[in-house]
Ligand binder design. Sequence first.
Ligand code: ZN
Length: 90
Amino acid sequence: MTNANRLRGFRPGAIPDNVRVPATDPVVEVGRDQEKEHDMSENSPKAMDPVCGMSVDPATAAATVDHEGHTYYFCGKGCAKSFSADPGKS
Ligand SMILES: [Zn+2]
């Protein structure tokens, strides 16, 4: 316990030295975040709304319709409705 207390008392003195090094890290991390976003947009498979032609992310699609074994993704329920009303039309 005495040692732990000693370490605790010692650390605050060591922190100012360490702070200088991580100070450059946030700049690097910002760059990483931008790369991450870029990768995510490339990795997420996009589906096309067959009614309006809008690209829809299957993970966040507002509506889906199964038609002849294929799943169609729609930007909204309105598009899904007009598709299921007449799937062969578009
Ligand atoms: Zn649509």
